[in-house]
Design a protein. Structure first.
Length: 189
């Protein structure tokens, strides 16, 4: 009964359309943590993979073994596409664990691709141009948007979604932190 009520409140078509839109924006199948309603999708369809398949999205198979030379080609292509060398353990290079396992380390992998490893802490963009966001500034902006629009912004409306995901891991944790901050500041109306 509960799942039926949930379906009535948020139709399957909405979930499927959102997942397709997100896949188009990313240029690949979204990971579970990248979709705000992944929990709802998993509850309805059993697994994240099944939810992707029902939406007509080919799931990523990061477990399949990729030859060393193919990994190198992928890294070179990704570096050219981004304009900088992706960091290990970021969403920019999906096969980082496999590369580290096969080459012994990320730097060994980068060197095998005839690329120059970054120095520890090296920024990939001009830090003077890059806007730095604190936890407080991210929350303040969301609360300001809520005040202006009469509702909390969706993750698609929020301009610094990537920064939120880096710091909070999920949009729901960010929303909860904003609610807590609003309550503490006495902004409840």
């Amino acid at each position: 009964m509960k799942i039926q009520n949930q379906k009535n409140r948020y139709p399957d078509e909405n979930i499927m359309n959102e997942m397709k839109t997100l896949a188009e924006e990313l240029g690949r199948a979204p990971k579970r943590r990248e979709y705000i309603r992944s929990g709802m999708a998993i509850k309805r369809y059993g697994t994240w993979t099944e939810a992707l398949l029902r939406a007509g999205i080919e799931p990523l198979d990061i477990r399949k073994s990729i030859p060393k030379d193919a990994l190198i080609d992928m890294l070179v292509k990704k570096t050219e596409e981004l304009g900088y060398l992706p960091k290990a353990s970021s969403d920019e290079f999906l096969y980082d664990r496999q590369a580290i396992k096969k080459f012994g380390s990320w730097n060994n992998f980068v060197k095998a691709a005839k690329l120059t490893p970054r120095d520890p802490g090296e920024s990939v963009t001009n830090s003077k141009k890059r806007k730095r966001h604190t936890l407080e500034s991210l929350m303040e902006l969301a609360l300001q948007m809520e005040k202006e629009n009469g509702r909390f912004p969706s993750y698609r409306e929020y301009p610094y979604f990537e920064s939120v995901m880096q710091r909070f891991q999920t949009w729901n944790k960010f929303v909860a932190a904003c609610e807590k901050r609003k309550y503490k500041k006495g902004m409840n109306s």
